[in-house]
Design a protein around this ligand. Sequence first.
Ligand code: SAM
Ligand code: SF4
Length: 439
Amino acid sequence: MNERDSEIISQSLSGYGYIESLDMESSDVIIINTCSIRAKAEQKVMSLLGMLKKEKKSRPELKICVAGCVAQQEGGHLLERMPHVDLVVGTQNIFDIPELLQGCSKGKKIITSMTDSYEIPRFIPEISEATITDVRRVPRPFKKFVTIMQGCNNYCTYCVVPYTRGREISRKKNDIIDEVNVLVDSGVREITLLGQNVNSYGLANKVTETDIPYSFPSLLEDIARISGLKRIRFTTSHPKDLSEDLMRCFRDIDILCHQIHLPVQAGSNAVLKRMNRKYTIGKYLQKIDVLRAYCPDIAITTDIIVGFPGETANDFEQTMILLEKVRYDGSFSFKYSDRPGTKSSELQEKVAESIKSQRLSRFQTRQDEISLEKNSAFIGKSLPVMVESCNVDNCQGRSEYNHVVHIEKNISNTPGDIVDVFIYHAGQHSLQGRIVEDT
Ligand code: SAM
Ligand code: SF4
């Protein structure tokens, strides 16, 4: 989601004559698009800002802008801590950055944030237009993110998203379809539909089509009809809202990649309850069974938090047992950290850092073994791989299961082409192979 926001910031600035650069020392403006989901992400932002103090001192005309969730969360406090920052832009105001930058001249500081009387943000009606015009101007990569909704209404007790991103709002169907059409016309072959919980698309601010509720599976079906599009992915799915209609899409929609990210967070029902996740492990496992019945080869990944307040040794064992039962293809696992304003930050029974580290390492070690076992099952098989990049020696692409696949030599195909690759080696996080004609 942040990656997509950074793209929007870059696209809207290019309309004002700015050119994107990764070289901070020669830049006139530095924009830090931030994430505050875990304490570590926020600490990184603060240390980067600390480093920029010297740069600003030697070049007072340099503009430093902090955007995104940390900006939303901290607002004016950020300027108190980091007075060399010029502009603090909340999550709903990223489209305004070009004008805001013009406004902060002669040492004037500007802070914007989501208002308390939260309405459908400007983002929704304007994104398709902005994206449509801007997309034509930027180089045409073959793979893009498309935001279909923003915000979240779930209030998991550990999570800042409902506070930093606001309430859940779905974009209009036609805006999304128009955006995908424009992207496909400009050479895009794969899209990933984005939302904190795509499964509840169209529900919070009812998206309807001639008064019939319009759901995420319907959106997938409509997008899949767009000629020229080769692959669709989506993320993220909340297990409580994963419907059978959506699971059926993996069987029925040819270009929907056989891959789902289904964050479970913990294997203990007691912990899930305190997290306010609104499902039990029994229900979650039932859904995994149905999913695999519709799509036996589906790759399933997850998110895990270890050391949630009050997580006992036995609770953690339940997470390890769940890992053995589901055998995830991969996972993102994190040590719990308190986030400002969340309910779990008020819970007393904090788990010691050393125990969190032990649990994380145990989980990750076992996950790596399972990932390697699962990846090794592809050795000796051919997989369609979308080429992503090539250098003189080799190419890299992705399978529909989202594996990174290293392809033995430079091939004449261009990024976005799908080639058959014979897999001869597997690692924990990638596969290696050669194109089938060579085998
Ligand atoms: N909306 C998605 C969902 O419900 O699964 C993911 C949202 S969040 C951006 C990504 C992941 O960060 C979560 O799935 C969770 O595992 C992790 N996370 C969120 N808050 C956290 C916290 N306070 N401490 C540690 N990990 C956290
Ligand atoms: Fe955060 Fe839960 Fe919403 Fe995901 S579903 S963004 S974890 S509150």
